[in-house]
Design a protein around this ligand. Structure first.
Ligand code: ADP
Ligand code: MG
Length: 349
């Protein structure tokens, strides 16, 4: 008797969904990236119960064609990638066509969208990858609003594990904070019915965004980073706040008046990249310094990077990693030494 059988497609899809969207902040990241891919300049996030009851992202992007509503939540359906080779030149965050499908397998999804050239907005409901009824005309401005309710209603263990809503809400806040700082040209708003709510203007002024979200002290002490390596074909840019003596910083952190912020974007993607954080930390630690804010962007020639490492797209692989990291480390060391060289001269006077 045969013992191996194919899993039904809906089981496969639900298992995959749990991987892409492990926690509410994963859903927020995917939805915000879709809005950015749609060219949005205003993105609003609204959540209730840390996203478990309601999670909504609305934007003023290009919208979804009425005829595309049918496929929008189907797994591996995307407008961004046509053939595997396109992966070498991805300019968009998305390409796997998995996020909305996954969301519809772990929540009830509603989409309202209007194209600039459309007569009106349309809306539809989705469950398990499928549109539940035909699209209906709806009221709505240009752009898209995606609402997920009862997140993880069919994964009770996961839902119940998220008893500490504060932790989930904080992860969402951190995710949006990173986007807001990386893209000061886009207006981000977070409404969680909590003290962490914020709105950025989207006028391109990074200093204002940092001042608004992390405090004036950090914003007033930003130091730009810019390294262009023709040899290794990468650009390293960003900002960090003027490092302070570790003892002073620790006292401030203990008082919780400041929080330490570190974010890495690689080719526009927010990624976990300890191998980049580590050498920068080391440069500071060796000088008994602490930096309260550091936001860096590494741009690598697109033919030298693989972004398709994991469904959450939170890690990337790139060529000549060690050589690139070494160059960045040497550059950062030089910048930090220069700052403290100047500081020493000032005190000499
Ligand atoms: P991917 O982003 O990998 O293509 P998604 O499941 O995230 O996959 O989205 C599927 C498709 O739905 C996208 O390719 C895009 O065409 C459309 N879409 C999703 N969100 C938006 C949005 N906010 N505005 C316009 N189109 C969207
Ligand atoms: Mg996407």
């Amino acid at each position: 008797m045969v013992q191996i059988q194919r899993l039904p497609q809906d089981v496969v899809n639900r298992m995959a969904a749990g991987e892409v969207l492990a926690r509410p902040y994963n859903a927020i990241k995917e939805l915000v990236e879709n809005s950015l891919d749609a060219g949005a300049t205003e993105i609003q996030v609204h959540m209730q119960n840390a996203g478990l009851k309601l999670l909504q992202v609305s934007d003023n992007g290009k919208g979804i064609e009425r005829d595309d509503f049918d496929l929008v939540c189907e797994r591996f359906a995307t407008s961004k990638l046509q053939k595997f080779e396109d992966l070498m030149h991805m300019q968009t965050y998305g390409f796997r066509g998995e996020a909305l499908a996954s969301l519809s397998h772990v929540a009830k999804v509603n989409i309202v969208s209007k194209r600039e050239d459309g007569k009106c907005a349309y809306q539809a409901d989705y469950l398990d990858g499928k549109m539940l009824a035909t699209t209906k005309p709806a009221a709505g401005k240009n752009g898209t609003c995606i609402t997920a309710t009862d997140l993880f209603y069919n994964l009770p263990v996961r839902r119940n594990k998220m008893v500490t809503h504060g932790e989930e809400a904080k992860m969402v806040y951190d995710t949006l904070l990173r986007f807001a700082i990386h893209r000061p040209d886009v207006s981000f708003a977070l409404r969680q019915a909590q003290s962490n709510d914020f709105r950025t203007k989207g006028d391109g002024n990074l200093r204002d965004v940092v001042s608004n979200l992390l405090g004036r002290e950090i914003a007033d002490n930003l130091i730009p980073l810019a390294l262009d390596s023709t040899r290794l074909k990468f650009e390293f840019s960003g900002n960090f706040s003027k490092p302070i003596a570790a003892a002073t910083a620790k006292a401030a952190l203990n008082r919780k008046t400041t929080r330490s912020f570190f974010s890495v974007f690689i080719n526009g993607r927010s990624v976990r990249c300890e191998i980049l954080k580590h050498p920068l930390d080391e440069v500071l630690q060796n000088r008994s310094l602490i930096c309260q804010f550091c936001s860096v962007h590494l741009k690598i020639d697109e033919t030298r990077i693989d972004v398709n490492v994991h469904p959450t797209k939170s890690s990337v692989i790139f060529l000549e990693k060690e050589a690139i990291i070494d160059e960045i480390r040497a550059y950062f060391e030089k910048v930090v030494n220069e700052i403290f060289g100047f500081a020493a001269k000032e005190t000499d006077k």
